[in-house]
Design a protein around this ligand. Structure first.
Ligand code: PSU
Ligand code: MN
Length: 302
């Protein structure tokens, strides 16, 4: 039995012509944002990548097939589907084997992108070490994926729903290069700055592409995490968000939320508590990441 892999028309063309392709995850669509904004954002981000001269490949499992790039009707139907599974490394094969439909997290999207020969992937935020992980042991599989799958992932740092310092420690232990784009502080998703220093800094997409190639030449497994600060105009100051995040976290504990439900619960709760402002910021940073990803991808094919 061959692997059920379906490439979109534009991804097929890009692969034939050697064009630059940027992978996009789908969990952000199904579990990260409400409808209809999720669909609007997914389409806008794809358009941003095309405008930058690359081709978007949104990745998802639909009826058992792994899609690399979604046609617009598929994107639209996924954005409206209820009860779509959230797939990471652990559950991707089981979903496909049973003909299921699921959205891919950062980890699963990296696996799919690598399979399709795509080197660059843009998202909003990665999963990481959750606050209280010393009790819950909640550490996202995204971190271990970065250690083993050779895809360069562009994110806006890690959300303050996570223990960002511990997240950076795990990435260091796992040998994952964390490169901040254009500044010295590690960005904190909704805010540009944080007290944490950039493990590595690069100011030029060509250098990021060169580092990706160099790792391959050294025979090192794993990818790179590029932390791209949110644009100034969209930033929400940390002082404003900290109490909201604390409330969301306390609500999650009280509601007994565990496992893969934690991140979607917190994102939804923060959206409610900020009257949708968190979403505006989220949209701006994903678009910013897509644009940088396209520039890196163009350097990798050029
Ligand atoms: N962090 C965000 N937004 C997101 C996610 C994480 O700021 O949408 C999603 C991504 O798909 C990520 C996943 O891969 O949540 C991580 O989930 P978990 O913490 O259960 O590993
Ligand atoms: Mn988790």
């Amino acid at each position: 039995m061959s692997l059920p892999l379906i490439l979109s028309a534009e991804v097929t063309r890009a692969r034939e012509s050697g064009g630059a392709i940027v992978a996009l995850e789908s969990t952000i669509i199904t579990h990260g944002m409400p409808y209809p904004q999720n669909l609007e954002v997914a389409r806008t981000v794809e358009a941003d990548i095309r405008a930058a001269g690359a081709v978007p490949a949104t990745i998802a499992v639909i009826n058992g097939a792994l899609h690399i790039g979604l046609e617009d009707d598929e994107l639209s139907s996924l954005a409206q589907s209820k009860g779509v599974a959230k797939l990471s490394r652990a559950d991707m094969a089981a979903c496909m084997a049973t003909g299921g439909t699921g959205a891919t997290t950062v980890a699963a999207t990296m696996i799919a992108a690598h399979l399709a020969g795509i080197h660059v992937f843009a998202t909003g935020g990665i999963g990481g070490v959750h606050k209280g992980a010393e009790d819950s042991f909640d550490i996202s599989a995204d971190l271990m994926e970065l250690a083993q799958t050779p895809v360069t992932v562009i994110a806006a740092g890690a959300k303050a729903i996570l223990d960002v310092a511990k997240t950076l420690e795990v990435l260091e232990t796992q040998g994952v290069p964390v490169i901040v784009y254009g500044q010295d502080a590690f960005p904190a998703f909704w805010s540009r700055g944080s007290k944490l220093k950039a493990p590595l800094r690069m100011d030029d997409p060509a250098q990021i592409a060169a580092a990706h190639r160099m790792r391959a030449q050294l025979g090192l497994p794993g990818g790179q995490l590029i932390a791209n600060p949110i644009p100034h105009s969209a930033e929400i100051p940390m002082q404003e968000l900290a109490p909201i995040i604390a409330t969301a976290q306390a609500d999650a504990v009280r509601a007994g939320i565990t496992g893969k439900a934690v991140t979607p619960y917190l994102l939804q709760r923060i959206f409610e508590l900020t009257d949708g402002r968190s979403l505006e910021a989220n949209i701006a940073l994903v678009r910013n990441n897509a644009a940088l990803a396209a520039r890196i991808a163009l350097n990798l094919v050029g």
